[in-house]
Design a protein. Sequence first.
Length: 486
Amino acid sequence: MRHSRLNLIALCLIASAPFSMALQQPSEIQLKKEVIEFIEQKNDLLIEVSDKIWEYAEIALLEYESSKLLEKILEDQGFSVEKDVAGLPTAFVATYGSGAPVIGILAEYDALPGLSQDSKPFKQVLIEGEAGHGCGHNLFGAGSLGGALGLKDVMEKHGLKGTLKLFGCPAEEDVGGKLYMARDGLFDNLDVCLAWHPDYETSVDVDGSQAIDDLKIEFFGKTAHAAFDPWMGRSASDAVEMLTFGINLLREHIQPSVRIHYVITEGGKVPNVVPEHAQVWLWVRDSDREGVKEVVQRVEKIVEGAAIATGTTSKIHYLGSYHEMLVNIKGSEVMQKNLERIGAPTYTDDEIDYARKIQKEAGVEGKGMCSEIEELKEPPEDPVGGSTDVAEVSWITPTIHLSTACAPYGIPWHSWAVVASSKNSIGYKGMILAAKVLATTGLDFLCDPETLAEIKKEFKEKTKDYTYKSGIGPGQKPPLRTKEKK
Ligand SMILES: [Zn+2]
């Protein structure tokens, strides 16, 4: 196995290399060592980038400073950067190299509204009402940058043939930037794609994710004085009550894998005016698109019934949908080997102390940091709860996903505790590990065409009856935002 791999390494070097040079080409292990050392040298830069994105704390579709920072570094490092792609001003594609294979790396950098938090191990708002990186996407953006810079460096130094693309993907938390990027064909010519996400465990992620439909439902009634002439009115808010009651009865007669959750975004203004307008924002999730479709059809009937019963009219807005994540086993095995070879981070006493303080404040067991690597599991029949727009990419090209421990074990995600950890050395260690695993796995795909062919074969078999279909229409534009002036 080792010998054949070495031969393949030699094959991936440019044909124009002098013969004497070709004989001295480094082995796979040496190349990986170089990549890892390069990323270690970039440690300070990556932390600086991560901290800046953390401080910018820009929410979905407002990530102007964060994307500009990443674009500038990539341009300075010799990538050609296409900005403002897929109608998203904060999305970009940075490309290095040419020809096959084409390897993609995904980067995210959006924050969550209302989660502003200091880096201290207890809840302390940094700026009242502002956003914070409660999903660690500052680490995600900087870690993927590190992976791309590491891989580009070894490609350049050793004349490795192939193309590397770093995708700047905005608005993962809301809207789903990749949904628009996928619809516009940005991932179409990839041979394989790599992504990662901060977590409190370290594993090659084969858990998958749920498919989801995102709906807004409006009801239109008639106003009247709620005491003087209520019989003249038709309450849109009554229709919302009937809808939510119907949905909550429906729960008993659907598959246990389904998740339905909603918020009432408008329900009237004052009690003495019969509400003429009301609105519900509702998400339906299941293990696959078919399951979601079936439940959404039943929700549509409940909407219709609620409108009939209350004498109102209704309108459903279909805002978008994600696929479930398509897991690639062969690709995951390649990534697992690199992860195990590099090893999980170790932590100082101060870091463990910091993690335990957060756990105490968050009311979870004080286990500190998880410094083990999970074994590669079988993908579960039903994915864990939650959805991601990375899944869109996974139906276009084989997509391999990593999670690294960047936060104390067991803490609630999308919370102040993740914001704090994402600007601490425990977060940086997970980010640097991710950069190394992405780069070394990318190197395997550049240098080992047989493995890449197996990965693509598995993808083809799993998608043989299906061609990617976007959950948004061809003309649908992203709901761009402008920053509110204070
Ligand atoms: Zn996230």
